[in-house]
Design a protein around this ligand. Sequence first.
Ligand SMILES: *Cc1c(COP(=O)(O)O)cnc(C)c1O
Length: 431
Amino acid sequence: MEKRPFITKDRLEEITKTYPTPFHLYDEKGIRENAKALKEAFAWNKGFKEYFAVKATPNPSILKILQEYGCGCDCSSYTELLLAQSVGSVGEDIMFSSNETPAEEFVLAHKLGAIINLDDITHIDFLEKTIGEIPETISCRYNPGGLFKISNSIMDNPGDAKYGLTTEQLFEAFKILKAKGAKEFGIHAFLASNTVTNEYYPTLAKVLFEVAVKLQRETGVHIKFINLSGGIGIPYRPDQEPNDIKVIGEGVRKVYEEILVPAGMGDVAIYTELGRFMLAPYGCLVTRAIHEKHTHKEYIGVDACAANLMRPAIYGAYHHITVMGKEDEPCDHTYDVVGSLCENSDKFAIDRKLPRIDKGDLLVIHDTGAHGFSMGYNYNGRLRSAEILLKEDGTTELIRRAETPADYFATFDSLPIYEELKKNMENASAL
Ligand SMILES: *Cc1c(COP(=O)(O)O)cnc(C)c1O
């Protein structure tokens, strides 16, 4: 499918007059339509709830939009919990799906009334010692091991993943938790990432539903919810077929009616913790070509770098690129599109067929709405960009300003050198 940006060149040029490149731009309309479609796809399930994976796009303005569609927050760290709290997500609107969890994070999660999802059987003791009790509602993350297959193709390798309890441990954990006073139970699993097939959730649901029936029978616990977690992917490449959330929702419903309903478990709520699916296509990284270089290869240097979007550098991930205003021109040039880090992996595209790029052209790097800005870092002293929301009415809102040198140096503020840094920053900005 052809990939088109959600914004025109003229509008983008206008926006850059207020907000210099690079920046991440989010499409409110797309976010809303997609959140609504997810809600409708699972409307058959009375307790359905999406806990948005905060790590994907940790911005309160985004979290607030999603809240309007009933979304809670899936957190895995202290600061993500604080962010959830700041937008009014408390109690069972927070899922705390962490691993290798520091004690103070369990304390805060419990104080906020979050549902705690344990990553390991040893965390039962750790949690009890840390917070002084076992909460009435508790969840465990399941990892059946082996390979996760759909039909005959391998989707991922849970046996090699650090997360979750084995089947035996899960049964044991539920018995222990029940004995310690837990009343409502949840099961969670995340067995494959960025799946671009409508089969992932239904296949995962079957695994979890079957285990849930056995657990309820053998341990006598009440299973309140089954959390399918994240993993629904998006078509980063133009030749990929997007997932159809309606088909996915129906697929899960079918297995639910086959397995849970006959077992008398028709009251189980389905939870999800989607990140990528909720946001990735509705964000892009906007950057400008500032250099061209003709050496052993053809390079286009842009004003964004891997510090703004890390996925290509660390996973070799494909992100589609549109040269604004040249959407219909032939892709008759081959470029490496590169950032400024002193790191040869800082390439947004390698040997990419694109229309001729001129210095000053605006480039849109697609699908950066999730795991984009949030994976950013400060290597080479590069600063994090702004995040801007393109609202439904076509206006823009700055939902996070760009970092400044003062932000970068802020953690030196207890040192005598800080006064010197401050003076230098002032002098440099006066140049
Ligand atoms: C990262 C993560 C998610 C979201 O994953 P996506 O691939 O963005 O859907 C959900 N739950 C947990 C526990 C995660 O670590």
